[in-house]
Design a protein around this ligand. Structure first.
Ligand code: FUL
Length: 508
């Protein structure tokens, strides 16, 4: 195209020259040569300009492992260890090993409850800050092996990793860098210990889908603080298990959301700037972790961790304080519904079981999710992209399949429309953005309209991301118009859904 255009212009120019010259043949020769040179220069210039623009617009995107992790939406945390038996939240590290003695450990039961609660995986505290190892590590003398549980023959990681495989759940490990027991803590030797423990866990209990590096970093038994070799740890995990996603306050794969209440940012960019920050000290502010950085250089989705109880470990006194299914549903809206993932802690009790109170709440939560998101009213309508008063049907916009996104039309400032089959009462709209080319939408506007186009309600929001659930007091609507009012590059809306959820579940 470009070549043709420039040839035409040059032809016209040189053609005029020939008409004026008697040396026709010579001129013709010069004409051809110079035309070729000029075209080449123009082409090189055009292509390098285009390339530099592509590079400029190249945005971070999720790796395959990060995308798969994101699609899991919600999974469980299991805080278990000496604290379960002492009633502490942060063990001191000097607890007698015998204190760890579950009377009826049954990891199959954990998995059955997880499944019945709709969770996709379980991350266990293989080692919390007290240093006690739930597996018989060769690199510690403070483990299940030294306890009287199963005469020192027990291995919680073995039982849980086996059960997860059996039930089709992902298995994750929390391996606290902070260790209040290990005699080498605070010295270089401890980095070797941590590396060896990591190797041990991956070799004996893998595959490990998520590895959790907790941010708490205090003093060890000798009063010293550790300088962790996180670069070495990361290199190790990448080499032995490239598909594992690593969590820490600042990744490398998943970031902390900046609070332990399970609440994601209403503005939530999947990108973060990590330059200048370190894992053990000096993460970005909790607000930044919550919202991400719009132009952040690294893809790093937020994970919202929260416990079903006030504490992370089981305490009998908290049996009456277990979150209700409705509260969990609300947390789902504020985590997964804001484009993050939800990590919900269910602490096994002293028997080594998920407690009845927690199990009932979890199953109730799943029921609420199913009941309230079963009937996608947008699916019964017609999806369009609207530009300059004309509308074009886009079937994939409301087919209920988020990955069916079709990039047939992506005008710079776009409006999508769902016309329902009839005027319907709705109180929840779900938007999904295809993130395969990066996250783009910075501001959106939803207008609910009646059949004649009369405005019923207007809702403004910021980011969309993988999934954005917007709930509001019920309104009758025929049209749901979604406009992108500010964006980085063209936003790829992959799905619009509409629901009438139980009014009592909406916190407005
Ligand atoms: C924190 C820890 O100090 C808590 O004990 C808990 O494990 C929580 C998930 O992370 O940093």
């Amino acid at each position: 195209m470009v070549e043709k255009k420039y040839s035409l212009v040059l032809k016209r120019l040189l053609g005029n020259l020939i008409k004026l010259s008697p040396l026709g043949d010579f001129i013709f020769f010069v004409k051809v040569i110079s035309m070729k040179i000029i075209i080449t220069i123009l082409l090189v210039f055009t292509f390098s300009l285009a390339e530099s623009q592509t590079l400029q617009h190249k945005q971070p995107v999720a790796s395959k492992a990060q995308k798969d992790w994101h699609d899991m939406e919600y999974y469980l945390f299991a805080h278990f260890g000496p604290n379960t038996f002492t009633g502490l939240e942060w063990g001191l590290g000097d607890e007698k090993e015998d204190i760890f003695n579950p009377t009826n450990l049954d990891c199959d039961q954990w998995c059955r409850v997880a499944k019945a609660g709709g969770a996709k995986g379980i991350i266990i505290t293989a080692k919390h800050h007290d240093g006690f190892c739930l597996w018989p590590s060769k690199y510690s003398t403070h483990t299940v092996r030294e306890s009287k549980w199963k005469d020192g023959k027990g291995d919680v990681l073995k039982e849980l990793s086996t059960a997860c495989k059996k039930y089709g759940l992902k298995f994750g490990v929390y391996l606290s860098p902070w260790d209040r027991n290990h005699p080498d803590y605070g010295t270089d030797k401890y980095n070797d210990v941590y590396v060896n423990m990591t190797k041990e866990i991956f070799a004996n209990y893998g595959p490990i889908w998520e590895l959790w590096w907790d941010g708490a970093n205090g003093e060890g038994p000798n009063g010293k603080k550790q300088v962790y070799d996180f670069q070495r740890f990361e290199k190790l995990v990448r080499s032995i298990s490239p598909n594992t996603v690593i969590f820490s306050d600042i990744g490398p794969d998943i970031r902390w959301v900046g609070n332990e209440n399970g609440i994601g940012g209403e503005t939530n960019w999947n990108t973060l700037d990590t330059a200048g920050f370190t894992r053990d000290a000096g993460a970005p502010s909790t607000d930044t972790l919550k919202s991400g950085n719009a132009n952040g250089k690294v893809w790093m989705t937020a994970e919202c961790d929260v416990s079903i109880r006030p504490g992370w470990f089981y305490h009998r006194s908290e049996d009456t304080l277990v979150k209700s299914p409705a509260t969990l549903f609300n947390l789902y809206l504020k985590s997964v519904g804001r484009g993050a993932d939800l990590l919900l802690n269910i602490p096994p009790d002293r028997r080594g079981l998920f407690n009845e109170h927690d199990s009932v709440a979890l199953v109730g939560f799943k029921k609420l999710l199913e009941e309230n998101f079963r009937n996608n009213l947008a699916k019964k309508g017609t999806g369009y992209v609207v530009s300059n008063n004309s509308k074009k049907i886009i079937k994939t916009l409301n087919d209920g399949i988020p990955d069916s996104f079709s990039a047939t039309t992506l005008p710079h400032s776009q409006t999508m429309l769902i016309e329902l089959d009839k005027q319907r009462k709705i109180n929840c709209v779900v938007l999904r953005e295809d993130l395969s080319k990066g996250q783009q939408c910075a501001k959106f506007q939803i207008k609910l309209k009646d059949k004649q186009g009369g405005l019923i309600k207007e809702i403004n929001g910021t980011t969309i991301g993988r999934k954005r659930v917007i709930s509001f007091p019920s309104a009758e609507a025929y049209k749901i118009e979604v406009s992108i009012t500010e964006q980085k590059n063209s936003t790829r809306i992959s799905e619009i859904e509409a629901y009438l959820i139980d009014e009592r579940l909406i916190e407005n």
